[in-house]
Write a protein that binds this ligand. Sequence first.
Ligand SMILES: [Zn+2]
Length: 195
Amino acid sequence: MIAMNGNKKTIVIPGDFLGYSEEYLPGKNTMEVNSKIISASFGEVVKNDRELVASVDNGIRKIYPKNEDIIYGRIVKNDSRQVSIQIVGIEKSGKVEKYFADGYIRNVQDYKRDERKVQTIHIGDLIRGRIIRVGQNLEITLNGKRLGVLKSRCSRCSEVLVLKNGALFCENCNRSEMRKIAPDYSAPEFVEMER
Ligand SMILES: [Zn+2]
């Protein structure tokens, strides 16, 4: 149950008074000081009037990645031995949540070069991948219909590559580059994922 103050949610900062300890038990993100329950976090007051617990929801959710989850990330290393990914988002219940973790692609040769010996992913690329193994780092694959590069920059001049006749093209250098692109390459929502 969310405590109502009129019709507004009650937002508190650390040190704010939530109630007396004879009314409520101190819940999550609170502490008890001299029979008063005090917020220990920034967040929204949640008073459970059935169990008589006052707590503060600070909005931080623990995310547990699992196999088949879709992730978003940036290629940070791509050499003959390893492709490393800085993961920045994960899809949970159809929504992209912020999520930071390290990932890697093991079967590098699948994406690194195609039969024409051109690179199909590049350092800096924003990708959508799928988790195939959960360990200390997450193993990622780009094999799948929705998967691949979402945004990429020219390896020569760093301009954002645009999709032209099914291939990626740098309008600055007037040349194309090969990537394993996702079907929605350069959709506007991915521009803001760039940090
Ligand atoms: Zn260029």
